[in-house]
Design a protein around this ligand. Structure first.
Ligand code: 13P
Length: 254
């Protein structure tokens, strides 16, 4: 059964105050939901333990990135082993900001996924096309290649730890969301690629990200191949994040 996930990627935002004000509120509100949603908070790595201690068992915690290596002389990096040690269950991999600003390639993504698989952590692998690629009619081709290359090393039980987040680059932080129809079409195509790769495609959760807000989440989550969201800006506002969690329809898993 697919997990229904609403994950909040704080990016390089947040503070001790935000952790204290937001996490307890989200925990108490999410605990009363009966739609089966799993809320995941993904703060900057320095705040992971604080979020974890306030989130209790109700909310999962993740990191925004992990190193390609297990340990050693890689100043500034955080490993999958450490993420696990600090109580994380999830990690983002290949976010478009990492691809664009930190030169991450599909090969890097595959290395990071391998690190996470070795620790039994869930990888939220981010894919998405730029505006120019969409306008050139290449969106599906680009996203399909990112999925194939980034997940090339996954097999067997490893698929249980894979989540794919479709985040069109042009929709991130811009207020422009993909229409529910366009998002659904791309999610369907990603599921087809996963199937072609031999993955249990119908069991894998696919998230949409890019300007998801309280007022557009329900329409997106109602689509058959959209199993949740990866939320940026709105995840920094407790009430908005909770509203997005509430927008998940009950019983929508397949
Ligand atoms: P916004 O929700 O701010 O558009 O960010 C999306 C995102 O990049 C989440 O990873």
């Amino acid at each position: 059964m697919r997990r229904k996930i609403v994950a909040g990627n704080w990016k390089m935002n947040g503070s001790t105050d935000l952790v204290e004000n937001l996490v307890g509120y989200v925990r108490s509100e999410v605990s009363s939901l009966d739609n089966g949603v799993e809320a995941v908070i993904i703060p900057p790595a320095l705040y992971v333990r604080d979020v974890k201690s306030l989130a209790g068992d109700r909310i999962s915690v993740g990191v925004q990135n992990v190193a390609c290596w297990e340990s050693g002389a890689y100043t500034g990096e955080v490993s999958a082993v450490m993420a696990k040690d600090c109580g994380c269950h999830y990690a983002l991999v290949g976010h478009s900001e990492r691809r664009q600003l930190f030169a991450e390639t599909d090969a890097t993504v595959a290395d990071k996924v391998a690190q996470l698989m070795s620790q039994g952590l869930n990888a939220i692998v981010c894919v998405g096309e730029t505006l120019a690629e969409r306008e050139a009619g290449q969106a599906e081709e680009i996203v399909s290649a990112q999925v194939r290359k980034g997940l090339a090393g996954v097999s067997g039980d490893g698929w249980q730890n894979i989540v794919v987040a479709y985040e069109p680059v042009w929709a991130i932080g811009t207020g422009k969301t993909a229409t529910s129809d366009d998002a659904q079409a791309m999610h369907r195509s990603i599921r087809k690629v996963l199937e072609d790769m031999g993955a249990p495609a119908e069991e894998i959760s696919l998230l949409y990200g890019g300007s998801v807000k309280a007022d557009n989440a329900a329409a997106l989550f109602a689509e058959p191949d959209i199993d949740g969201g990866l939320i940026g800006g709105a995840s920094l506002v407790a009430k908005d994040f909770v509203s997005i969690c509430q927008a998940m329809p009950a019983g929508s898993e397949s």
